[in-house]
Design a protein around this ligand. Structure first.
Ligand code: PMP
Length: 360
């Protein structure tokens, strides 16, 4: 069996153990003689899979009963619309912090439903940081404050939860959720597309404080209505059953590894090594200020972008895939999610040193 070192930003590497478990019961789930893909979402077997996955993710993130946990579809992009639709209530505006490509997408979508105020932006410094909290011009009357917990493309992450007073804080945690422990109680709502640390694409996790439910706009599509989905245990319509099942296997894998404390330990080890390798060279450069660097998506450029193609090709020849940066920013990006082993990062660092020696 070939297993490559996969640095993809998403869909991304999954733990081998999880894939093996899924393979072992692909044709016959729990003696049913049917695949999880082939059974009803209303069956006892699937309802058990669904509830167990929810219980495990609640356990991992220490999510209290004050929050609903939803397993929805449409990716994080659907939530760019679902957030205003569900949270505006009677209000007309929401505050947004602009940290890069995903913040921009969220702002553009929110603007279809309300006035999306950009209360701070790091655009002037090419999105190399999270704008310092002291510079945010928050509106106490806004329905919520929206942030991107980790900019997957830019590699910029909030390493502290910003204090936004009494206004609910909403974070797109697509590429950071489950990488380390977080304090869910600081947020009104969190959402995350699954295809990074959670499981396969096709699923988006929404964690919302229950007191924020019940205020969806009347014209909210039912599949995007958090309240309706909370009332129906995310089975208002047919959910993404197989993705939900794999997510459940991933949650159990994380628990077996030692939970989010252990994930953070491993992830910090990987990220620190890689950033150190970049910073200690004059050939590679990380464009993000140290304080706001992402634990999951390490972005870097080469001394001359003319080397980019050869760098990517050489990496692939050495078994390392998906290092090319997003087409909108160029350069390189190594996404080092939970399932990416330290050995992958070690191999990358060795390759980077060899490439530098050859091209300096
Ligand atoms: N937000 C962030 C932070 C992302 O990284 C992505 C996708 N990589 C999205 C939103 C969009 O997610 P999706 O493609 O699942 O809609």
């Amino acid at each position: 069996m070939k297993r490559s070192f996969n640095f993809s930003a998403g869909p991304a590497a999954l733990p081998l153990e999880v894939l093996q478990e899924a393979a072992a019961e692909l044709y016959d789930y729990g003696g049913t003689g049917m695949s999880v893909m082939e059974i009803s979402h209303r069956s006892d077997e699937f309802v058990d899979i669904a509830r167990r996955a929810e219980a495990d993710v609640r356990d991992l993130l220490a999510i209290s009963d004050d929050y609903a946990v939803l397993f929805l579809q449409g990716g994080a992009t659907a939530q760019f619309a679902a957030v205003p639709l569900n949270l505006l209530g009677g209000k007309r505006s929401a505050d947004h912090v602009d940290t890069g490509a995903w913040a921009k997408k969220a702002i553009e979508e929110a603007q279809r439903y309300c006035k999306a105020n950009v209360v701070a932006s790091s655009k002037a410094t090419k999105y190399d940081r999270v704008p310092p909290r002291a510079e945010w011009k928050l509106d106490p009357d806004a329905a919520y404050v929206h942030i991107i917990g980790n900019e997957t493309i830019g590699g910029v992450e909030y390493n502290e939860v910003p204090d936004v007073g009494g206004v609910p804080l909403v974070s797109d945690m697509s590429s950071t959720l489950l990488s380390r422990p977080i304090d869910v109680s600081r947020y009104g709502a969190i959402y995350a597309g699954a295809q990074k640390n959670i499981g396969p694409a096709g699923l988006v996790l929404v964690i919302v404080r229950r007191d924020l439910l019940g205020r969806a706009r009347a014209d909210t599509p039912s599949v995007m209505n958090w309240t309706l989905n909370a009332e129906n245990e995310s089975m208002y319509n047919t959910p993404a059953t197989y993705s939900w099942y794999i997510a459940g296997l991933v949650f159990r894998w994380i628990k077996r590894q030692g939970g989010l404390v252990e994930m953070e330990r491993r992830n910090r080890t990987k990220a620190q090594k890689l950033y150190r390798a970049i910073d200690s060279s004059n050939f590679y450069h990380c464009p993000v200020v140290e304080r706001d660097r992402s634990l999951m998506n390490v972005t870097f450029t080469l001394a001359d972008e003319a080397f980019d193609k050869a760098f990517v090709a050489g990496a692939e020849a050495a078994g390392m895939y998906n290092l090319k940066g997003h087409r909108s920013v160029g350069g390189m990006r190594a996404s080092i999610y939970n399932a990416v082993p330290e050995a992958a990062v070690d191999a990358l660092i060795d390759y980077m040193a060899a490439f530098e020696a050859e091209h300096r």
